[in-house]
Design a binder for this molecule. Structure first.
Ligand SMILES: Nc1nc2c(ncn2[C@@H]2O[C@H](COP(=O)(O)OP(=O)(O)OP(=O)(O)O)[C@@H](O)[C@H]2O)c(=O)[nH]1
Ligand SMILES: [Mg+2]
Length: 356
């Protein structure tokens, strides 16, 4: 017999057992892979619906990350050496580098010195004192313009130098007010570039707003007049007039905008109800200079500060609101439509000082 030889028997048995073990392992590996796959697909059915959209405060928090990082690094250096009056002059440098502006930086240091004398505060103390000084120096958040209860239509002229973010801000405002169910009409009074009109048209269509668009080269004031006249006759809630940011000279730009403001009043004697300046927050002291010039020419009623997400100089917002005395209406902290957030002092200062 084949198995009469014990050696053959043992080796045959071992081969058999080996094959069985391999088959066993193979079977169960396959099964466990299968099981795993099915668990993954089962559990994917259980994934909760997409989380709520980030809140305004969390958008501001992530948008302000560069400014926050700047302050964290600067505080590390500040607390690794200097004491007393040298500490305060170093702190003033830190504030100036964040574009807080000289006048406001001096005021902040003055208040801190009153509180601490020549004693050097601890990091925690400084953080909490700065928080209260900054929040108390900033105007409280403006109530969000409720376009439904105001004058109909509420006309806002949007002005600013080229590239500041005017058209993008208008697109974001369309998204914001359309989401609140308001009827919004936009006028493309930047007729110097065909691309500018097209850019606005796309957003108007995407958000379900309405628009007045005319040929490139049309007199911008004529477009503004037609826009406001259409807004009045259609009884929309909010009317936004986009303007050009670049003309041959700055004098031309200001004169054109002043003329437009006068012409808008011919279509509705109470309009424009607001003139908002859009400034690029990453340009720091330049933004402040621009704001002063535009304010002198057009009597601004509000400022929108954009591109804070791309900058470590978020202090410009502090300089703008404290030195000009014009309310900051919105801040832009990113490129998506929801990244235009009504300005509010508390979450803004929190976003800069958290984790210091
Ligand atoms: N990261 C970031 N980018 C922004 C923000 N706001 C605007 N931008 C970008 O800035 C650029 C210029 O924006 P526009 O809205 O075209 O600027 P404008 O003021 O209308 O410019 P002109 O029409 O040339 O006068 C675009 O690439 C926008 O996407 C913001 O808050 N964050
Ligand atoms: Mg534009």
């Amino acid at each position: 017999m084949l198995f009469s030889d014990p050696v053959v028997l043992v080796s045959t048995l071992s081969v058999g057992v080996g094959i069985s073990i391999l088959a066993f392992i193979f079977f169960f590996r396959k099964k466990s892979v299968k099981t795993q796959t099915s668990v993954v697909s089962e559990s994917s059915k259980l994934v909760p619906p997409a989380k709520d959209q980030p809140t305004s405060a969390s958008r501001v928090h992530s948008g302000m990350s560069r400014t926050r990082e700047y302050f964290r690094g600067a505080f590390d250096r500040l607390f690794s050496g200097s004491q007393g009056s040298e500490f305060f002059s170093n702190l003033e440098e830190v504030l100036l580098s964040a574009d807080v502006g000289i006048e406001y930086a001096e005021k902040i240091i003055q208040k801190l010195k009153e509180q601490y004398g020549l004693r050097t505060p601890s990091r925690e103390e400084l953080k909490s004192s700065l928080h209260s000084v900054l929040v108390s120096g900033l105007p409280k958040g403006m109530p969000l313009l409720d376009a439904s209860s105001d004058a109909h239509p509420h006309v806002v002229m949007i002005v600013g130098v080229n590239g500041a973010g005017k058209t993008t801000t208008i697109a974001k405002l369309c998204a914001l007010y359309r989401a609140k169910g308001r009827r919004v009409l936009v006028g493309a009074a930047d007729t110097f570039r065909a691309a500018a009109v097209e850019q606005l048209k796309t957003w108007v269509e995407r958000t379900g707003a309405e628009g007045v668009f005319q040929k490139e080269g049309t007199d911008p004031s004529a477009v503004a007049f037609d826009t406001v006249a259409a807004a009045v006759s259609r009884k929309v809630d909010l009317c936004l007039v986009d303007t050009a940011g670049r003309l041959h000279t700055k004098v031309n730009l200001m004169e054109e905008l002043k003329k437009m403001k006068r012409v808008i009043a011919k279509a509705d004697s109470t309009a424009p109800h607001d003139v908002w300046l859009v400034v690029d927050g990453s340009t720091g002291q330049n933004a402040l200079r621009q704001a002063k010039e535009f304010h002198a020419a057009l009597s601004l009623t509000g400022v929108v500060v954009t591109k804070l997400d791309g900058s470590s100089k978020g202090g410009a917002v502090l300089a703008l609101s404290t030195e000009l005395g014009i309310p900051i209406m919105f801040i832009g902290v990113g490129e998506s439509p929801e990244d235009l957030v009504p300005f509010d002092a508390n979450p803004f200062v929190d976003a800069i000082l958290t984790g210091l």
